[in-house]
Design a binder for this molecule. Structure first.
Ligand code: TIU
Length: 220
């Protein structure tokens, strides 16, 4: 297995010990009328990552790599929603309120679904998470350890929020993360750039950054 060209140095992919983790590619973040838009963001900024992530997803499936999807959202009764998370920002439309895609960031609602372009298929675990990090209050870590996974290829949104939080959580648990720069996206250009730099700086303090083309060259 060839190394993957990455920063700060090549990533040594270990087939069978590596999973593709696609973070929160949900309609609520990527389509108008959802949570991202309710926060005042331009969802078009995030849609840039859909096509490249689709190519990586197809290649990972063909390679036989474990694929795990995550979704940020809450129970319909909002019992797992910290009041601080609901109230912060003082927005007119908040988590749990009714929007054009159903109740904002609530499990089972249309907006909570993963975008159709990246829909999970049978056998691909979906991790529902109440927080920004995919390890907090989920069974993701158990799932990875049960399957002997040590490396994560990371795609999803947003770069500086759920992607960075998850990569930091993974790093502290001993997982190596390779973040694909063109398969993650932010509502803010500056945060996209800084979010990636924070991961790969200081010798890869949280992990590696590569292009999807570099990964595809290695696994196709
Ligand atoms: N607002 C924002 O940038 N992100 C989130 O609220 N969640 C995720 O990043 N998934």
């Amino acid at each position: 297995m060839p190394n993957i060209e990455a920063e700060p140095y090549p990533f040594d992919l270990a087939p069978g010990r590596c999973a593709l983790l696609i973070i929160d590619m949900q309609r609520d973040f990527l389509e108008p009328g959802g949570f991202g838009a309710a926060l005042g963001n331009d969802v078009g900024m995030l849609r840039r990552a859909i096509e490249s992530t689709g190519r990586v997803l197809a290649a990972a499936r063909a390679f036989g790599m474990l694929v795990i999807h995550t979704r940020e959202g809450h129970r319909p009764d909002l019992a797992d929603l910290p009041p601080a998370k609901r109230e912060r920002g003082r927005f007119a439309t908040r988590i749990g309120d009714l929007g054009p895609m159903g109740r904002i960031l609530v499990r089972g609602e249309p907006g909570h679904d993963i975008v159709p372009e990246l829909a999970p298929i049978a056998g691909e675990p979906i991790v529902d998470k109440p927080g920004k990090g995919a390890f907090y209050a989920t069974d993701l870590e158990a799932m990875l350890r049960n399957r002997g996974i040590a490396q994560l290829i990371v795609c999803g949104v947003t770069t500086e929020v759920c992607v960075n939080t998850t990569v930091r959580e993974a790093n502290d648990r001993g997982f190596d993360c390779l973040v694909l720069a063109d398969c993650v996206a932010s509502y803010f250009e500056a945060f996209q750039k800084a979010g990636l730099e924070m991961i790969k700086a200081q010798g890869g303090i949280f992990g590696w950054v590569a292009s999807s083309a570099a990964l595809l060259a290695a696994i196709r």
